[in-house]
Design a protein around this ligand. Structure first.
Ligand SMILES: [Fe+2]
Length: 135
């Protein structure tokens, strides 16, 4: 399966929506590297996992910068979610053995991506609506 930014996930703030698309691309690339892992091996999985964790860090940072700039009232809870999400993502990815993910690993990743989708649908969309009144 492929993850994508469906219309109900659009926040209306370009930078955020653009980065969400790239973020889902990075997730899809990681999942591809898993299904190809017999052919491409561990390096490709490691590269995709590192790219995803770095991209998530960068994107959350951008979202937080703009929240601080406009003093968004949900900043504290939003920031807490981001911190916890990054921590759990690293934990989940670190548990994946070099021979490739187990069913359990795959299920943890998918549950974690769904948590992000719920976050986008709620906190990020409220943020997007707020930012549109500012710029
Ligand atoms: Fe967010």
């Amino acid at each position: 399966m492929r993850y994508e930014v469906t219309p109900d996930l659009i926040t209306g703030y370009d930078m955020i929506d653009r980065e969400h698309r790239q973020l889902f691309d990075a997730v899809n690339q990681l999942l591809d590297s898993f299904s190809d892992s017999k052919k491409t091996g561990k390096d490709q999985m490691d590269r995709a996992a590192t790219f995803l964790t770095n991209y998530v860090d960068k994107h959350f940072g951008h979202e937080e910068d703009v929240q601080k700039k406009y003093e968004w009232r949900e900043y504290e809870t939003h920031h807490k979610f981001h911190e916890e999400y990054k921590r759990q993502l690293k934990e989940i990815l670190n548990r994946i053995p070099s021979e490739g993910p187990s069913i359990q690993n795959m299920s943890e990743i998918n549950v974690h991506v769904v948590r992000l989708i719920t976050h986008i649908r709620t906190m990020d969309k409220r943020l997007g609506a707020f930012l549109q009144t500012k710029e």
